[in-house]
Design a protein around this ligand. Sequence first.
Ligand code: IPE
Ligand code: IPE
Ligand code: MG
Length: 261
Amino acid sequence: MAQTPSSSLDHLSESELTARLDQEVLPKHVAVIMDGNGRWAELRGLPRIAGHREGINSVREMIAQCLELGIRALTIYAFSQENWNRPSQEINALMGLLEHYLSTERDKLIEQQVRFRAVGRLELLPESAQHWVRTTEKETAHLDKMALTVALSYGGRAEIVDAVKGLLRDAASGTVQPDRIDEALFDRYLSTHPLPDPDLLIRTSGETRISNFLLWQLAYTELYFTPTLWPDFRRREFLLALIEYQRRERRFGRVLSTVSS
Ligand code: IPE
Ligand code: IPE
Ligand code: MG
């Protein structure tokens, strides 16, 4: 199949890009490393927190767009375990933003029928942030139009270690037979269970690394890196990522294309 270089899509409007999407091959689960907020602010001579604040508008748009397109799972990396090493002023501001987002956005999520869940070492969050996380999880637990998972104080290695600990506990109590442990069983001990693995991972801001995100779950995910900073990643940008995803041939180790020799 002939492929259109993405530069040829630059002049297309949002509705023209949407028309190019094949509704049959949309990812079921999209994961996002929302990076570049600080640089977005610095470029404008603003404090870094201004970039985090603007980034929330990108989150709102992406949730709305996923709902419109029928993408039923979105997992976003909001705060990593390693982010605890940032200056306390930035950490406090980020926690404040999280609380503000959850307390003001809850009704909207309910109206949109979005189920919210947080994954990560949530016990490390300030008590007030934990309160809003728990409240939002509880109030949206019955909703099923879309699963919004927010990784907070999250580390992929820590998640795997926690899964191993859970398995060992169940093996010690006899609920799990060690020789029955396989990938599907292991997956049940991960915090993202029962979500399917992400089909597409988007990382903004030009960095091309995983930064300890969903290490197990990304085994066969298509990776999409863009120089766009997260606060600038809006509807057109998401469509470009989806179009690029649809051009990929997901082989999972098999041979799919017939190549004539
Ligand atoms: C991503 O933006 C948001 C978080 C990590 C909380 P950054 O804050 O990492 O922005 P840059 O990478 O410094 O531009
Ligand atoms: C990854 O971004 C974490 C989040 C987006 C929450 P970072 O900005 O923290 O990642 P590194 O430090 O550039 O790898
Ligand atoms: Mg960053």
